[in-house]
Ligand binder design. Structure first.
Ligand SMILES: [Zn+2]
Ligand SMILES: [Zn+2]
Length: 430
């Protein structure tokens, strides 16, 4: 999951997690309280037996994290484990992804299930026995858990003669890269071709949800994240004579204060938008006006229409402010990941299966999307599917994604493996 750090340096992805009693009201799609199983479903029971292996896989990934597009050792481990499970794997000379395919014994839809592989430039401070031994590299976004869970789901599905349709296992690099990402290049390398994919599934660990729960949402669940760099050109000189040329600092300041007004006056008030300037660079000392000032910022939106609207509005507004002060601007506006939009019908099928497997109370509808972004969105632009949040929050263990102390518990590996397997089988039954 790709979060731009907030001004306070922390990312808080889920703020719309409902209270437990609110969650109970959202028991989905005809799955009543009466159908809550008194014991966990078959995938969970099997996943429990897998736990020693799941732990070993996870700790191995965690111990030696690799940054985006450098996941060479991680790739080798995945290929070896898939081999042990009897699953053929495809690798690529110019791309660190791994594609495993479990052939379906019976004809049916192809489901792609994705785990991301990359770590972050963070120095770990968890004190875990298998903590990263590498300064400035840590699985601080839980992608080690995602990989272990996908391998766990593969182990649960590989032996089933009644599997209806192929299952494609997408181990995807570079999710944290933020712009090009790894999903687009994986699609370019044919991840969704021969056999063509009908549905796609993915999940992300979420410390804002309690351990033992899944969070879900139909429609938009995560934002589009775009970024801009605005260079304001004035005329440098002695600060005692500001009237001799456009003042780049003054124009930059008006742009910084003027941009947030777009949020309240350009889009529908019910459609969330964030515009933040995260960096301002300009000037050298108190009595010299600089020639230029550079502003870096991000725009988050939850619909394609608003995304286009905001880009046009930012460009227009910045030019107008600069022109008013006689300054010139250069605007570089770069699109990052699109909005992650869960397909309603596929989400219903998956949520029904999760409720059957874990009980309705374990499956919680999120009241609001989050403004983090995911390159999983690129898969959902191609085929229907759903992106889930796997609860890893524990009382007394506050931590956030991307922090040096983020340590999701091993117990989440059971639910994360069983959930992907149950959801895959349910989608193939459609
Ligand atoms: Zn992530
Ligand atoms: Zn992340």
């Amino acid at each position: 999951m790709y979060f731009r750090p907030s001004a306070r340096g922390s990312a808080r992805p889920v703020s719309g997690v409902p209270a437990p009693n609110a969650a109970a009201r959202h028991i989905p799609f005809g799955v009543s309280q009466r159908s809550v199983p008194t014991r966990p479903g078959p995938f969970t029971q099997e996943a429990r037996r897998l736990l020693p292996r799941l732990r070993r896989w996870r700790s191995d990934f965690h111990r030696e994290p690799e940054l985006a597009d450098q996941e060479h050792r991680t790739r080798e481990r995945i290929v070896r484990i898939l081999g042990e499970l009897g699953i053929p794997a495809t690798t690529y000379p110019d791309f660190t992804g791994v594609l495993g395919v479990i052939g379906g014994g019976l004809p049916g839809p192809a489901v792609a299930v994705r785990a991301d592989m990359d770590a972050l430039p963070v120095t770990e401070a968890t004190g875990l026995p298998y903590a990263s031994g590498l300064a400035g590299r840590m699985h601080a976004c839980g992608h080690d858990v995602h990989m272990a869970c996908l391998l766990g789901a593969a182990a649960l599905l590989a032996g089933r003669p009644d599997l209806r349709g192929p299952v494609k296992l997408l181990f995807q690099p570079a999710e944290e890269e933020g712009e090009r990402g790894g999903a687009g290049p994986f699609l370019d390398h044919g991840a969704f071709d021969s056999p063509p994919v009908d549905y796609v599934l993915g999940q992300h660990v979420e410390p804002g949800l309690p351990l033992g729960t899944y969070g879900w949402r139909k429609g938009p669940i995560m934002a589009a994240a775009d970024r801009f760099r605005i260079t304001v050109f004035g005329r440098g000189g002695h600060a005692a004579y500001p009237h001799r040329g456009p003042d780049a600092i003054l124009a930059a300041a008006e742009i910084v204060t003027g941009l947030p007004a777009l949020v309240s006056r350009v889009r529908d008030p019910l459609d969330p938008v964030v515009v933040s300037v995260g960096a301002v660079h300009g000037g050298t000392r108190h009595n010299i006006l600089p020639d230029e000032v550079v502003l870096d910022g991000t725009v988050r939106t939850l619909s394609a229409t608003t995304r286009d609207l905001m880009e046009a509005a930012v460009r227009r507004r910045v030019r107008a402010i600069a022109r008013g002060l006689g300054a010139r601007v250069r605007i570089v506006y770069r699109r990052g990941y699109p909005v992650t939009v869960n397909a309603p019908a596929a989400t219903e099928v998956v949520v029904g299966a999760l409720a059957e497997e874990f009980g309705g109370r374990a499956v919680r509808e999120l009241e609001r999307p989050v403004l983090g972004a995911e390159d999983f969105s690129r898969y959902l632009e191609r085929v229907p599917g759903t992106f889930l949040f796997l609860g890893v929050g524990q009382r007394g263990a506050p931590s956030t994604l991307h922090s040096a102390t983020f340590a999701p518990p091993d117990a989440a590996l059971i639910m994360g493996s069983a959930g992907l397997a149950a959801a895959t089988v349910a989608l193939q039954g459609t």
